[in-house]
Design a protein around this ligand. Structure first.
Ligand SMILES: Cc1ncc(COP(=O)(O)O)c(C=O)c1O
Length: 365
C-alpha cells in the first residue's frame, strides 16, 4: 500500500474562485496567474478549472509551452518577459505576449527577426522597486517600443507592493495614472489583493486583473480577511492518515528535541506527513489540523515524514483516521491554508508552492 498522503485539486473550487474574482471586477478580463506551476497545483491539473479565464500569466517559457500544449490558443503573458534574446523566438512561435520591464529587453526586441509583431506589456516601477521603468523614463521607453516594427500593441502595467495592507495602493496608482495619462493601450495593475480590496475603482480594475492566490482559494490579506470571508474555496487539500497511536502519561515528551511535554494522560496520533511533503517545519504545538474532519492540534516538532497530533477528546479517532493538513475534509469541514501558514510563520502562497514532488496528487471535480 502506498504511503497514505495525498493532495487533491478541486476543479470546481477553481471555477468558483475565478467567478468570484470576475464578480469583483466584472468589466475586466482576467489573467489566471499560473506561474510557479500554478502555485504548486500543477498547470495541467488546474487547466480545466481555469480555462474560463481570458488568458494565462506566468514566467517560465516551459510553462507557456505546457499551456499551449493543452490546446490553449488565447493570450499568454510572460510576466517577466524575455530573459535572453532567443526567448523572443519562442514568443514569436507560440504567440506569447510579454512584459518589457528594462531597456535591455527593448534592445533584444530591436534585433529580433520576426514576421509577427509582438504584443507587449510595458511595466512601470511605480514604487515597488522590483521590475519596471521609473515613471520619468516610462514615456521614452514607450516611444522607443512604439517605433519598433517588431512591436504591435503596447499595454501598460504596474504591480503593487501593498495592495494587501494598510499602506494601500493610492500612491502607486497616482504615479501610474499620471505617467500613463495620455498613452493608448490596455491597462493592468491589480493582483488578487487589489482586485478584491480596491476594485471599486475602475482604474484599479483596468482592462485586465491578474489574480493568483485568490483563484487558488487563499486570502491575499490574511488575517485581516480569511478566504471564506472573501467567498473563496480552497483549491488544494493536503490529506493523510494516522499510521500510529501513542498513549502518554504526564512528563512524557513527543518527537525530536522533546519540545512538547504531556501535562497529563494524552493520546496522540502519528500522521504520515512531514516537511519532506511540504508541510512547514516551523509549525509548532497548537497548529490546527483536522482529524476525521474535527479540529485538533499539532503537538511536538514536525519531522521529515511525520507529524504528531493530539487525539485526546477524539475518542473515535485512531489508526487509519483521516487527517486534513489543509483544505477540505471528507465531512466538508475546512482548514484554511492561511491559518496553517501563519502558525508556521509564512503565507499560504509558500505552502501551496512548496507541495513536494513526492506527494501524489489527484484532480477532483
Ligand atoms: C506581476 C504579477 N501579477 C500578478 C501576480 C499575482 O499575485 P497574487 O497571487 O497576489 O494575486 C503576481 C504574483 O506575484 C505578479 O508578480
Amino acid at each position: 500500500m502506498p504511503r497514505p498522503i495525498q493532495a487533491t485539486i478541486h476543479t470546481e473550487a477553481l471555477r468558483h474562485n475565478l467567478a468570484r474574482v470576475r464578480a469583483a471586477a466584472p468589466d475586466a478580463k482576467v489573467w489566471g496567474v499560473v506561474k510557479a506551476n500554478a502555485y504548486g497545483h500543477g498547470i495541467e491539473r488546474v487547466f480545466e478549472g481555469l480555462r474560463g479565464a481570458d488568458g494565462f500569466a506566468l514566467l517560465d517559457l516551459q510553462e507557456a509551452e505546457r499551456v499551449r500544449a493543452l490546446g490553449w490558443r488565447g493570450p499568454i503573458l510572460l510576466l517577466e518577459g524575455a530573459f535572453e534574446a532567443r526567448d523572443l523566438e519562442l514568443c514569436s512561435r507560440l504567440n506569447l505576449w510579454h512584459t518589457v520591464h528594462c531597456s535591455e529587453q527593448i534592445d533584444m526586441l530591436a534585433t529580433h527577426k520576426t514576421h509577427q509583431p509582438h504584443r507587449v506589456f510595458l511595466k512601470m516601477n511605480s514604487g515597488m522597486n522590483r521590475l519596471g521603468f521609473m515613471p520619468q523614463h516610462y514615456r521614452a521607453a514607450w516611444t522607443r517600443l512604439n517605433a519598433l516594427p517588431q512591436v504591435d500593441e503596447i499595454s501598460v502595467m504596474t504591480h503593487f507592493s501593498d495592495a494587501d495592507g494598510p499602506k494601500g495602493i493610492t500612491r502607486q496608482m497616482e504615479v501610474f495614472v499620471e505617467a500613463t495619462r495620455d498613452l493608448p493601450g490596455e491597462r493592468t495593475v491589480g493582483n488578487s489583493a487589489a482586485s478584491l480590496r480596491h476594485s471599486a475603482d475602475p482604474l484599479v480594475r483596468g482592462d485586465w486583473v491578474r489574480p493568483g492566490i485568490a483563484v487558488y482559494g487563499a486570502a491575499p490579506d490574511y488575517p485581516e480577511h480569511d478566504a471564506a470571508g472573501w467567498g473563496l474555496q480552497p483549491a488544494m487539500t493536503l490529506s493523510s492518515r494516522i499510521i500510529g497511536v501513542q498513549r502518554l502519561v504526564a512528563g512524557d515528551t513527543v518527537g525530536y528535541g522533546s519540545s512538547f511535554t504531556a501535562e497529563g494522560p494524552l493520546r496522540i496520533g502519528v500522521v504520515a506527513c512531514g516537511y519532506a511533503d511540504g508541510y512547514p517545519r516551523h509549525c509548532t504545538t497548537g497548529t490546527p489540523v483536522l482529524v476525521d474532519g474535527v479540529r485538533t492540534r499539532l503537538v511536538g516538532r514536525v519531522s521529515m515524514d511525520m507529524v504528531t497530533v493530539d487525539l485526546t477528546g477524539l475518542p473515535d479517532a485512531g489508526m487509519g483516521s483521516d487527517v486534513t493538513l489543509w483544505g477540505r475534509a471528507g465531512n466538508g469541514a475546512l482548514l484554511s491554508i492561511d491559518e496553517v501558514a501563519q502558525a508556521g510563520g509564512t503565507l499560504g502562497y509558500e505552502l501551496m508552492c512548496a507541495l513536494a514532488q513526492r506527494v501524489p496528487v489527484v484532480v477532483a471535480e
